[in-house]
Design a binder for this molecule. Sequence first.
Ligand code: ADP
Ligand code: ZN
Length: 426
Amino acid sequence: MSREDMRQLQTKRLIKTVKTCYEKVPFYRRKMNEAGVKPEDIKSIDDIVKLPFTTKTDLRDEYPFGLEAVPHSEVRRIHASSGTTGKPVVGTYTANDLAMWAEGVARVMAVADVGPKDTVQVSYGYGLFTGGLGAHDGAALRGAIQLPISAGNTEKQIMLMEDFGSNILCCTPSYAMRLAEAILDSKVVSVNKLKLRAGFFGAEPWTEGMRKELEQKLQIKAYDIYGLTEMCGPGVGGECECQNGTHLWEDMYFPEIIDTKTLQPVAPGEFGELVFTSLCKEAMPILRYRTRDLTRLIYEPCKCGRTAVRMDRILGRSDDMLIIRGVNVFPSQIETCLTEFTAFQPYYFITVDRINNEDTFDINVELKADYFSADPQDQMKFIKPLFNRIVSMLGIKPNIHILPPYAIERSLGKAKHVHDKRNFKG
Ligand code: ADP
Ligand code: ZN
């Protein structure tokens, strides 16, 4: 679709969404009244900046169904995101919403031409988490065979992968790495015998280095799939064959990037916080939702021919950002450094503490089994170059510890990379 046609479609859908929000959801009416904006003020997609933001706290305050714009009896499904503390964030869906969601995932899967000949192994968790059922419904819409195995039970995953000839894998990148490791270690299954050809990995940040490892270990093409419960779940966007940014389905979810301090839109192409307005959602339309995901939008046309805007890899969530000795650190930066060295596994765990008024910064890492030695002298050979790389990237010095193979916990879903002990010291 041309930019101009897209803008017209977005304008039409935004006007409708804002009107619905104002008329049906007391929360939005109140917020818009406070901001002095009426539905009539929204005449084009550019007017979106007049609307107030919605935050995760707002969603919690309106828990569970306060933001619904349809009678609750029109809801066909309820999901919820984990949420680290307190009440979960709820997403509810009408039949249309479920169809739109599946459409978003199916568009992502189109890049690998997923269809009736394919068996899609869905190793995202099924349940309230949107990963499992989201990938499932997308695969169904593509007409593929769905294998709803959910996350975990790694041995069985690889047995069925071989026996059933799964050729598409959907899971978090960290679980994909766990599966790859199990396949390479297995005496029973070998990667050459598997039919895997593509993977759709998301639900957590991952790096280019991680992609290369997964593609090489599993002998597949690894594509990013992005989403969040507040929009629908996975399938807000996905990568194309160029693998140079994640196309966002901006006819359904309008993206903006704002400066986290001024809350004003940044110049096109600059980094900031991603904000979405749903343009098609019925059950829980959402205006200018602050995702806290940090990235940038790329408006240049993509070689693949898709005209939907692209988003750069997500650096992390603003609330996952660590400030260590005054320096901003994203856990994904450690992954980037690790994957530049063949000897290291892409697994890591960061511990931060404050001792004698100074921040400590410890990183536990693993060497691949072939390189591992318990001898500190031998270990220094590996630690030194990694240390230098991290210092050049971050400008602060970590304490690096090499743990024995498999010592770092492998994740089934979203990996946990940080323990910030300072949080408990007030
Ligand atoms: P929770 O907040 O409990 O993790 P969700 O499952 O809705 O709930 O998670 C959505 C979030 O997951 C996104 O806002 C983003 O931070 C992260 N995420 C999802 N997909 C990706 C991806 N492909 N790359 C990076 N981060 C992602
Ligand atoms: Zn493209």
